[in-house]
Design a protein around this ligand. Structure first.
Ligand SMILES: Nc1nc2c(ncn2[C@@H]2O[C@H](COP(=O)(O)OP(=O)(O)OP(=O)(O)O)[C@@H](O)[C@H]2O)c(=O)[nH]1
Ligand SMILES: [Mg+2]
Length: 428
């Protein structure tokens, strides 16, 4: 195994930078920089020197001994001053050392996975956590990173293995008197898992939105003040505004944190009949994006005049409230009137939707769970036919178990068979 190293903190100027080393030479290499042996685990403040003895920097040197480290290997972390030049000087020294090489992207985490420090879902959770920009994303990533999906998958797997072993036992008793009817327990185990899987699979769509962001489209007639509203919400001049109807043509996207939820606001072309070819293209695009958005803000007195269907949860606000005096649902991008209410209304609708999320967060998870569900419903159907077809039902259960194991990246059929047989309990 190579010893790898890389800057673990972000590129650029900072108070402190962290350089991480992992592999058999991780401690020795840091020892060469400090000119002294390091304890296998612990923290020391040391001077770091280049091979010609010149001083590089001083910093904290943290050592972790395998397997109690992030990667499961010997690991050293160097906390040095976070200037580009200091970091480069230390990285250059490390590159010159024998048996050391720069890590590839994700290589530390990959080693953590290979050494059983995390499962595949946790690796995904870690990636999400590093990408998290809003509170909802952070919380969701933490759940996965903590291994909750793996725990859940393990529970389902245990239940299905128990169901499969009950069936196997009956198959083995085929020539003899069957001591008990196992089908009620098998059915109960399968339906329990199916209920969980259905709920989790349903929640993935919203969980994906938390990862990637909700789209909220502002629609209205030309000149209604959509771009002005977008700018007010974004707090900057993201879109051009003008008194000419038909100013906005492309869809303008602004990413923002709306009460902890990641939202991409879409400003769109004003919707009307037009002879202008280019404006017409913009309007067609506006309709398409508005229809597929997660939520629409209708900036209009009459939502039916836009040719975009209002969907449950959509919001209607009345344009240019500053010109019409006070009234319900009025909004003004110009004066800011009604903006806070709009933000809280949008975030309320979206937060309500996020309550239906479970623990699974990705399309990959949904695909695996759907595959398991298909196999389980097959198994339920086959069970109807009685013990003669129990071997087929057991095979379907194994298919479901394999699909669930792929959730956490553990697909080892031998291991599965061992467990099936070790959990034998019916008169054997
Ligand atoms: N009084 C008042 N004027 C506004 C308000 N919002 C926008 N305006 C003015 O209305 C005109 C059109 O505003 P835009 O934000 O460009 O309107 P739009 O809906 O994006 O228009 P299109 O892009 O052409 O569809 C501009 O002159 C704005 O200054 C508002 O709340 N109150
Ligand atoms: Mg506009």
């Amino acid at each position: 195994m190579d010893t790898i190293f890389a800057l673990a903190s972000a590129q650029g100027k900072a108070g402190v930078a962290v350089i991480r080393l992992s592999g058999p030479q991780a401690h020795a290499a840091a020892g060469a920089l400090t000119g002294s042996d390091l304890p296998p685990r612990g923290m020391r403040l040391r001077e770091l020197h280049a091979s010609d003895g010149s001083r590089l920097d001083d910093g904290l040197v943290l050592t972790f001994a395998a397997p109690a480290s992030f990667t499961g290997e010997d690991v050293t972390e160097l906390q040095i001053h976070g200037s580009t030049a200091s970091v480069n000087a230390v990285l250059r020294c490390l590159s010159d050392m024998k048996d050391l090489r720069m890590a590839e992207p994700g290589e530390f985490t990959r080693r953590a996975l290979e050494n059983g420090k995390m499962d595949l879902a946790q690796v995904e959770g870690l990636a999400d956590l590093i990408d998290a920009e809003t509170e909802a994303q952070r919380k969701q990533a933490q759940t996965i990173l903590a291994g909750e999906l793996g725990d859940l998958a393990e529970r389902w797997r245990r239940d299905l293995i128990r169901a499969a072993s009950l069936l196997e036992a009956v198959i083995d008793f085929a020539d003899e008197e069957v001591p008990t009817d196992v089908s009620p327990e098998v059915r109960e185990l399968i339906t329990g898992v199916m209920g969980d899987l259905e709920r989790e699979a349903r929640g993935v769509k919203i969980a994906e939105r938390i990862r990637t962001g909700f789209e909220v489209a502002i629609v209205g007639l030309p000149n209604a003040g959509k771009s002005t509203l977008l700018n007010a919400l974004a707090g900057r001049e993201a879109a051009i505004t003008s008194e000419y109807a038909g100013t906005t043509r492309d869809v303008i996207e602004v990413r923002m944190d709306l009460a902890g939820l990641p939202v991409t606001l879409l400003d769109t072309a004003g919707l009307r009949e037009t002879e202008d070819h280019v404006e017409g293209l913009g309007i067609a695009l506006a309709r398409k994006r508005a229809e597929t958005a997660d939520l629409r803000v209708f900036l209009t007195d009459d939502p039916t005049e836009l040719g975009v269907e209002m969907q449950p949860g959509d919001v209607q606000v009345l344009p240019k409230s500053d010109l019409r005096g006070s009234g319900e649902n009025g909004i003004s991008g110009k004066t800011g009137q009604g903006i806070d209410q709009l933000i809280s209304q949008i975030s309320r609708v979206l937060s309500d939707r996020t309550t239906s999320t479970g623990i699974a967060t990705r399309e990959r998870h949904r695909v695996a769970m759907t595959k398991a569900l298909d196999a389980l419903s097959q198994a339920m159907t086959v069970l109807e036919s009685g013990p003669d077809l129990y071997d087929i039902a057991a095979e379907e259960l194994r298919t479901a178990i394999r699909a669930l194991e792929s959730l956490v990246g553990r697909i080892d059929v031998e291991n599965l068979l061992d467990e099936i047989f070790s959990s034998f309990c019916l008169g054997k």
